[in-house]
Design a protein around this ligand. Structure first.
Ligand code: F6P
Length: 366
């Protein structure tokens, strides 16, 4: 069997651990060649396809030192891309499909393991039409992949974020300031909620629960600043005040990115409360750490199941985590058929209730 693997979308901790587990499985199987496709699916669309042999029974794969060190290394050996969707434009869609089909044939692979988030899997799903046989593994720091309670990368991102937030808070306590920390997550508040609780935030602003500016001020006054000289606010990049639009930043690539709500909240709180405020945007630090053990374990559990599915020729499937167990669901539908593989927090999620029970303001019911 000859299998391809690619990592698509934003990088995160744990991708290399997935690759290493697949290499170990291929080596144990004995008869499996594993080809790594570079820069997500784009590598397959290049002529010639950009790839590297990760393992081959005939020799020539990555060396032992690299295999060992992948377990603990952030980023992705295969490189990745989260820019552009070739299926937005019907003409590019046709040529992209053709190029991928050609690359797939040239490499002679029997199937492709795609490690990605909602965007990557919905793009890859379009390729089933041209004979690409897919098996998916969810990864995203945002943890917003539908059907899977956990995705590779999330636990590490929460760890980085909570550590950083606690460090910011040390400064807040020393200077008697209101510290606002903006974290990633797209339109889902999983990172903010979990890192906020882990770091002892007074207020956690989530995309799923619009905040009230008045209640925010009142809450900080009564619950935090009446008892201590500082306060800690964790704010998801997709959070917004009730009735107000999301905040975006423009990027050098011309596209716009969620972000800026942290600064807005800090300025607002300074004006409303007359206190010194500071905003820290954690940004890509949340993607760049080495994987925590939880992610290394999840990578192993997902990769081994994906490899078994490939051996059983159960293509068109996705490994997910449900109630702590690895399960198999069908591969997401492409966007052109209305597919979306993204999910968000239930505004009444038990973890939000826990936060509220501890007196943390988490915005309003939508
Ligand atoms: O989806 C992962 C993510 O890190 C989001 O949390 C964030 O909004 C986005 O990617 C940032 O993307 P980029 O790498 O293009 O800056």
């Amino acid at each position: 069997m000859k299998l391809g693997v690619c990592t698509g979308g934003g990088d995160c901790a744990g991708l290399n651990a997935v690759l290493r587990s697949l290499v170990l499985c291929a080596r144990t199987n004995g008869d499996t060649t594993l080809i790594g496709i570079e820069e997500g699916i784009n590598g397959l669309a290049s002529d010639p396809p950009r790839h590297r042999v990760l393992y081959s029974p005939a020799g020539g794969g990555i060396d032992e030192f690299t295999i060992e060190n992948l377990l603990n290394l952030g980023g992705t050996l295969l490189t990745t891309s989260n820019a552009g969707n070739p299926f937005r434009d019907p003409q590019t869609a046709v040529s992209f499909k053709k190029s991928v089909a050609k690359g797939y044939k040239v490499l002679g692979i029997d199937g492709l393991i795609v490690v990605g988030g909602d965007g990557t899997h919905c793009i890859a799903a379009e390729l089933a039409d041209v004979g690409v046989k897919l098996i998916g593994i969810p990864k995203t720091i945002d943890n917003d992949f539908v059907d899977s309670e956990l995705a590779v990368g999330f636990s590490s991102a929460v760890d980085v974020a909570s550590e950083a937030i606690m460090q910011v808070n040390t400064s807040g306590t020393s200077h008697g300031r209101i510290m606002v920390v903006e974290v990633m997550g797209r339109h889902a508040g999983y990172i903010a909620l979990n890192a906020g609780i882990a770091a002892g935030a007074d207020m956690i602003l989530l995309p799923e629960r619009p905040f009230s500016r008045e209640k925010m001020v009142e809450h900080l006054r009564v619950q935090a600043l009446s008892r201590k000289n500082h306060a800690l606010v964790v704010c998801a990049e997709g959070a917004h005040a009730r009735g107000e639009p999301l905040k975006y930043r423009s990027s050098t690539s011309g596209s716009r990115h969620l972000g800026g709500v942290g600064d807005d909240v800090a300025t607002f709180l300074h004006e409303a409360l007359g206190r010194v405020t500071r905003c820290t945007v954690l940004g890509h630090t949340q993607r760049g750490s080495r994987p925590v053990s939880m992610d290394r374990i999840l990578a192993a559990r997902f990769a081994t199941r994906a490899m078994r599915l490939a051996r059983e020729k159960r293509y068109g499937s996705m490994v997910v985590l449900k109630k702590g167990e690895v399960e198999v669901t069908s591969y997401p539908e492409p966007r052109s058929r209305g597919g979306s593989a993204a999910r968000s927090l239930d505004p009444a999620d038990p973890t939000i209730v826990s936060a509220q029970d501890m007196g943390i303001y988490c915005g309003e019911n939508p």
